[in-house]
Design a protein around this ligand. Structure first.
Ligand code: OAD
Length: 243
């Protein structure tokens, strides 16, 4: 692992174009639960079962209770050493793109600039009637929040299972992946499409691709480097001075 870290660090230091894809694992050390596994449980529900349009149609109060819980939790935490290291990397690399599946806003809080939020933003709400999108950082939106403009039911402005990603955001992400020399895939189970394909697209286009994850994923074998450990330990070592 040490050799892999040193080699990858050298590649990053020389690269003109670097793209990074992050998932819930990068925020785990900030105290934000991931989606899958034991960590993804909220009350008796799997987080993934609540992040669907069907769940919202069936029981919007339950889905809002889940999102209010996430809002409250995330409002009390901050970015960690891995988020910070990606800001430092952006400062060093001429063409840097950060693609995140996370909706927690911690990359922006850390200071990342060229950021593509593939799955939306927890701190925005959208009216189910008039489609207006509003930024609202309240830790508790109430039981069933309504639109100030038309009175329609609000929903989180996030992409749920079965919904389409913003085509412009996705297009920019694919372009950044394909044109990168080095791509890092950090803290994602690499299961949810289309995000899960981005690392492989970069690889197919000739990039050096590295996974940084607590454990092996279904994509580890396809990577040039698969570095297993905590993002908060590994990412700063890839970017910082020294070893
Ligand atoms: P997951 O919960 O599926 O995966 C989190 C990954 O992070 C796992 O592979 C863990 O091994 C890894 N991990 C956990 N702690 C870590 C740490 N400290 N350092 C490094 N890695 C760590 O989360 P995502 O892959 O992000 O979508 O999930 C993708 C999408 O599924 C989410 O964006 C969300 C969800 O449904 C929507 O809500 C639309």
């Amino acid at each position: 692992m040490e050799i892999a870290i040193q080699k990858l660090k050298k590649k990053l230091a020389r690269a003109e174009r670097v793209t990074v894809l992050t998932g819930a694992g990068i925020s785990a050390e900030s105290g934000v639960p991931t989606f899958r596994g034991a960590d993804g449980m909220w009350k008796n529900y799997q987080a993934t079962e609540l992040a669907t349009p069907q769940a919202f149609a069936r029981d919007p109060e339950l889905v809002w209770a889940f999102y209010n819980w996430r809002r409250d939790l995330i409002s009390k935490v901050t970015f960690n050493a891995a988020h910070q290291a990606l800001v430092d990397l952006e400062d060093q690399v001429p063409h840097f793109t950060l693609i995140t599946q996370n909706v927690d806003g911690l990359h922006l809080l850390a200071g990342s600039r060229n950021l593509l939020e593939l799955h939306g933003d927890l701190w925005k709400v959208r009216c189910t009637k008039c489609e207006r999108v509003v930024l609202d950082r309240s830790p508790d939106m109430g039981t069933l929040p309504t639109c100030a403009h038309c009175g329609g039911l609000l929903r989180p402005h996030v992409v749920w299972f079965g919904e389409s990603l913003d085509p412009d955001v996705l297009g920019s992400a694919v372009e950044a992946a394909r044109s990168s020399e080095v791509m890092l895939v950090i803290g994602t189970s690499a299961i949810v499409q289309p995000a899960a394909s981005l690392g492989l697209e970069a690889k197919a286009a000739g990039a050096t691709v590295a996974e940084i994850n607590l454990e092996a994923t279904g994509q580890s074998g396809a990577m040039d480097y698969a570095i297993h450990g905590k993002a908060g330990d590994i990412v700063p070592r890839l970017v910082g001075e020294g070893t």
